[in-house]
Design a protein around this ligand. Structure first.
Ligand code: B1M
Length: 217
């Protein structure tokens, strides 16, 4: 990557660290104009910024209002980047139900994953945040889902991913629907422990794993 592009990514990181929404939008536009790929702006600009903010929050050096402003800036900047990722013209018949589990309001990562799935032609049903196990199952039945994806960002809510899998079993769907889990506290070990079919480390990995689960790769 050329030096100018690295400087643009640094501006993006800095705008997030300063929870400055308009600077974040400006940084996103400038980076894209400067030839940086949309996903790179997010992963190498915004994500290091929001990780730094999360660490400051963890250490009590920053508080909830700032965290909320950071999230707003992140969402605005990410939206500008994702608008540059075209929806696939080749549509798949594979259906993915996605949601953030019950008790959890974090949706930035899930939205990025969904944009990448759309860009790869999947049909997405977004249940939003704070989604109960029952709602995941209801939607999976309603749309005849191929995959149910569960995002969780809190160590206190990741256990809900297990509840969804159990609820799918109770509904007799476990053999018909594949499951994928993701979110910062989760891992392949966690996915294995709760009986999920896959773990997605990031948006690119999630697309790869969902393609494998639905036999598209
Ligand atoms: Co929250 N929060 N937060 N927060 N927040 C974390 C997660 C935390 C680690 C911060 C910290 O203390 N360092 C901490 C959790 C600690 C823990 O559980 N161990 C925390 C806390 C404590 C809280 C509150 C409890 C704070 C409070 O109220 N006192 C509260 C909880 C609210 C609730 O959910 N009930 C809370 C609230 C919030 C905000 C609302 C202010 C805001 C969220 C806004 C929103 O999402 N609309 C927020 C934010 C922004 C964060 C941090 C700073 C950033 C999260 C994020 O968006 N990351 C976060 C710290 C951190 O993660 N470093 C933190 C960027 C995003 C691109 O990454 O979400 O990991 P990520 O998604 C990635 C991958 O994980 C993966 O792909 C994505 C793209 O690469 N992925 C999947 C995600 N989902 C996937 C699903 C898949 C596959 C891959 O398949 C289904």
């Amino acid at each position: 990557m050329v030096k100018e592009q690295q400087a643009l990514l640094e501006d993006a990181r800095q705008a997030i660290v300063n929870y400055d929404l308009s600077k974040t939008e400006e940084a996103a536009r400038k980076a894209l104009e400067g030839g940086v790929k949309p996903y790179t702006v997010i992963t190498e600009g915004f994500v290091p910024g929001i990780t730094e903010v999360g660490d400051l929050f963890d250490r009590g050096q920053l508080f909830l209002p700032e965290l909320i402003m950071t999230a707003e800036a992140m969402k605005a900047g990410t939206a500008i980047c994702m608008a540059k990722v075209p929806e696939s013209e080749v549509k798949s018949t594979k259906k993915v139900v996605m949601g953030t589990v019950e008790g959890d309001q974090h949706d930035i990562g899930k939205s990025i994953v969904m944009s990448f799935l759309l860009a790869n032609g999947f049909k997405i049903y977004d249940l939003g945040v704070n989604v109960s196990s029952e709602k995941f199952v209801e939607k999976a039945i309603e749309v005849k889902a191929d995959v149910v994806g569960m995002s969780a960002l809190l160590t206190t809510t990741m256990v809900e991913q297990k509840s969804v899998i159990e609820e799918l079993k109770k509904a007799g769907l476990r053999d018909k629907v594949k499951t994928i889990v993701g979110g910062a506290p989760t891992s392949q070990t966690w996915a294995d422990r709760i009986g999920a079919d896959a773990y997605g480390e990031n948006a690119v990995d999630a697309v790869k794993k969902i393609k494998q689960l639905t036999c598209l790769s």
